[in-house]
Each structure stands twice: as structure tokens, then as C-alpha cells.
Design a binder for this molecule. Structure first.
Ligand SMILES: *[C@@H]1O[C@H](CO)[C@@H](O)[C@H](O)[C@H]1NC(C)=O
Ligand SMILES: *[C@@H]1O[C@H](CO)[C@@H](O)[C@H](O)[C@H]1NC(C)=O
Length: 427
């Protein structure tokens, strides 16, 4: 009994000390690295479009086949100016990989963050955070994590930019965020027991502190990512205003639960080709295909994240309306075609044909970033004998986000330093 309590105490103390240490490190790093984001940058007009690619301005003839919904005949040009609002824990790493490959293919200019892999999240986006930014400069794609800030974003992208984003069922998102970020939120440290998510949801108000460090990870994280107030009550008019603002800004809001269908809507919205959409699921958590919430906890999670639930339901309606317009049968056919092509690629590229635990990934270049204290994110091994024609594409499709960012020229010293600190203290 005494031994057990002693152990509990020791592990709690260890947690507290490590947590405090790491939090201080992060705060320190933030101040060391924060750009001078509060000085006033002169206003510069953003060009209407930054495309300067006559060779790539190939147009896609949409074939007049029975597969196409009415109004789908004609010619379109692939859209290359894209704002992808990368929400947290929403399969967005997979989408980033798709965007990176598309950007490389068309030699597009990415607005990347500097020194780390996000735009100083959770601080609202400022264009001064963009790597090599100068007023009047034009970028094609912005897609790293940020807290959305529409007026500042508009100042780095052309006016005809397509704004897209992705949402996820808020109960699942909450559980995932709790798992992934929980240890960065001090209010979770005092939650007793093994099942911290369950314990928290049984009485969230008892544990939650709206002003607590990093507490936004545990309540209406989606709404927060869009730059809104995540602590609003459902009846507050600001909730509907926020949703209206998002609906007015984003042409396409995808849903994680219908990822393949979402990609087809993306293809349609941006006039892309099926080949642009090939993907392997990146950054997936072990056993993530089954919900970890009981129906009771799910109901509580939705109640606790009521604003996100409202947001999700709103865009669920617009999503299915778009699917309807796309054509149900055409959608089913296209999704089947994409799945077939992805399976072919998996067969060509992936050793064993599927994702494996972190411990079984042979090359560090293929190791995904892990949540603190866990190795639950899975990754892949590239087959040894991939033929030359596919090798490059295979590599790109399998490269985890941070490694790909580095390849694209982003210096991630803060993110990497944080990784080393964690390695040293084995957390
Ligand atoms: C498209 O096909 C339909 C019949 O399949 C035909 O009636 C129509 O004229 C075609 N439209 C064009 C633009 O070729
Ligand atoms: C989303 O919309 C579909 C189609 O209208 C409906 O069947 C489904 O229950 C909705 N889901 C949510 C979570 O609202």
C-alpha cells in the first residue's frame, strides 16, 4: 500500500517537475523566437495572382460524359492559390502532404513559418511570421497550423485564393486532442486515475480553467483555431456570427469522416486531377479506427464542446449538399477509383503494405512526430526494391510532415530543439 502510494507520489512529482520545466522551456523559446510581430508593416498591394507559369497553365477539359453532373461541362484551369486552414487533429497532415506535392509539381510559392512548424500558434496569425516576408510579396499556398486571422491572411495571398479547411466530429476530436496535447495542459495534471478523459468529462467544469495555460486544447478547439472565442456558451449570438464568418470565407469545408468524398469535392473546387489526390494516411494513431469513447462519454464530450458541435453540424449540411450537386453515383465511382489507385500505390511503395508502430520504422527520415510520453503515432517503411519510376513519388507520399517541411527549406530549429529536450529526458 505504502509502496504503491510512494510510487504514485514519485510519478506525480516527476510529472510536475518535468511539466514545469518543459513549460518554462517552451515559454522561453517562444520569447526567444517570436518575431517582432507588433511593429507595423507598411501596407503593400498583393498582386491579383502570383501565377507566372505559362507552361503549367494547362487547362483541363472536362469530358462530357454521363458521369458528370449538369453544369460540369466546360474547361477549367487548376487553382494554385490556396489557403488551407489546418485545424488540429483532423487528418490535416495527410492533406498537407497532398498540398506539398501539388506545390512542388507546379513550382508554387509556399508561405511557410520560420524556425518552427506553425505560425506561432496559439497567437493569431501575423504576416510578419511568414518566412522571408516583405510587403507586397505574393505567395500561392499557406497551409501550416495557425490561429486564423482573416485580414492578415488576406494580405499575403492573392484575392482569388481558394480557402479550404477540414472539420472532424468534435467528440472524437476532443478525445484525440486530450490524448495528444493533454500533458501540455496543466489542468490535466491533477486529474486522478488512468482514464483521465473519462474523469475530466464526468465533471469538466471542476477541472477546466478558461484562463489556464494551453486550456484551449480541451474546449471547442475547432472554433478556437478559426480565431474565435472557444469559451462561448451555445446561445451566444457570437457563435452564429462566427459560423457565418467561416461560411463566408471558406469555399470548401471538408469532413474527416468522409475524407475520400472530401477530396473529390476538393478536386472539383480546385480543378485538380485524380493523380493529385493520391495519399497514404499520415500521422495516424494506433487503433484510431475505433472510437475510444463510450456513448455516454461521447454525449458528454459533445455537450462540453457544444460550439464545435454546432459548427460541425452546420458544415455537415453544406457538405452533403455539395455531394448531392456533385452527383451521388459519380461520387461513388470516383471514390472507388481513388481507393483503387491508392491501393496500387500502397502495394508499390509500402513494406508490408500498411502502417507500423514507431518502433518498427527503420529510417529516422520516416519517423513521425510523437505526442509527449507516448509512441502511439504510426508510420511506414519504404519498400527496398521500388522501381525508379515510382521511387520519388513513393518517398514523397511517405515522408512525414516535419521532414517534408525541412526538405522544402523550412528551418525548424525550435521544433527540433524541443524534440531533443524530450529525447534527453526520455519523455
Ligand atoms: C453532352 O452529351 C449529351 C448527351 O450525352 C449531348 O446531348 C450534349 O450535346 C453534349 N454536350 C456537349 C457540349 O458536347
Ligand atoms: C450529416 O448530414 C447527413 C445527411 O443529411 C445526416 O444523415 C447525418 O446524420 C448528419 N450528421 C451529423 C453529425 O449531423
Amino acid at each position: 500500500m505504502v509502496g504503491k502510494q510512494g510510487r504514485q507520489w514519485r510519478s506525480m512529482c516527476k510529472g510536475l517537475v518535468l511539466g514545469t520545466l518543459l513549460t518554462s522551456c517552451m515559454v522561453l523559446l517562444y520569447f526567444l523566437s517570436a518575431p517582432q510581430s507588433h511593429f507595423n508593416l507598411p501596407e503593400g498591394p498583393v498582386p491579383y495572382s502570383c501565377s507566372h507559369r505559362p507552361a503549367q497553365a494547362h487547362t483541363r477539359l472536362i469530358k462530357n460524359s454521363s458521369h458528370h453532373a449538369p453544369g460540369q461541362t466546360g474547361i477549367c484551369t487548376p487553382k494554385v492559390d490556396i489557403m488551407f486552414m489546418k485545424t488540429h487533429k483532423t487528418a490535416s497532415s495527410t492533406l498537407l502532404n497532398i498540398l506539398f506535392r501539388f506545390g512542388e509539381k507546379h513550382r508554387l510559392k509556399f508561405a511557410f513559418p520560420n524556425s518552427r512548424n506553425d505560425f506561432f500558434y496559439p497567437y493569431p496569425f501575423q504576416r510578419s511570421q511568414v518566412k522571408d516576408y516583405r510587403p507586397g510579396m505574393c505567395f500561392n499556398i499557406i497551409c501550416n497550423h495557425m490561429r486564423f486571422n482573416a485580414p492578415e491572411v488576406a494580405k499575403v495571398l492573392p484575392t482569388d485564393t481558394s480557402y479550404i479547411t477540414i472539420l472532424r466530429d468534435p467528440a472524437e476530436l476532443f478525445e484525440s486532442s486530450f490524448h495528444y496535447f493533454g500533458r501540455l495542459v496543466p489542468v490535466t495534471w491533477k486529474i486522478p486515475g488512468e482514464d483521465k478523459v473519462g474523469e475530466f468529462l464526468r465533471d469538466p467544469r471542476h477541472y477546466f480553467d478558461p484562463n489556464g495555460f494551453n486550456s484551449f486544447y480541451l474546449k471547442n478547439l475547432l472554433f478556437f483555431d478559426f480565431g474565435q472565442d472557444n469559451t462561448l456558451e451555445l446561445g451566444d449570438p457570437q457563435v452564429e456570427e462566427g459560423i457565418r464568418a467561416i461560411a463566408g470565407r471558406f469555399q470548401l469545408v471538408m469532413l474527416v469522416e468522409h475524407f475520400d468524398e472530401s477530396l473529390m469535392l476538393l478536386k472539383d473546387a480546385l480543378c485538380w486531377e485524380m493523380d493529385d489526390l493520391l495519399f497514404f494516411k499520415l500521422n495516424a494513431r494506433k487503433g484510431s479506427t475505433v472510437s475510444k469513447l463510450t456513448p455516454e462519454l461521447r454525449a458528454k464530450a459533445l455537450e462540453w464542446n457544444a460550439v464545435d458541435w454546432r459548427l460541425y453540424q452546420h458544415f455537415n449540411v453544406t457538405f452533403w449538399r455539395k455531394v448531392e450537386a456533385y452527383g451521388r453515383q459519380r461520387m461513388a465511382d470516383d471514390v472507388a477509383e481513388l481507393q483503387r489507385r491508392n491501393a496500387v500505390m500502397a502495394d508499390i511503395c509500402i513494406e508490408g503494405g500498411h502502417a507500423v508502430d514507431a518502433g518498427s520504422i527503420q529510417e529516422t527520415a520516416m519517423q513521425p512526430w510523437q505526442p509527449i510520453g507516448e509512441k502511439s503515432i504510426m508510420g511506414y517503411n519504404l519498400k527496398n526494391n521500388v522501381d525508379k519510376a515510382h521511387r520519388k513519388l513513393c518517398l514523397k507520399m511517405l515522408t512525414p510532415e516535419l521532414q517534408y517541411l525541412t526538405e522544402l527549406g523550412v528551418n525548424l530549429w525550435i521544433t527540433k530543439l524541443w524534440g531533443h529536450v524530450r529525447d534527453v529526458i526520455n519523455w
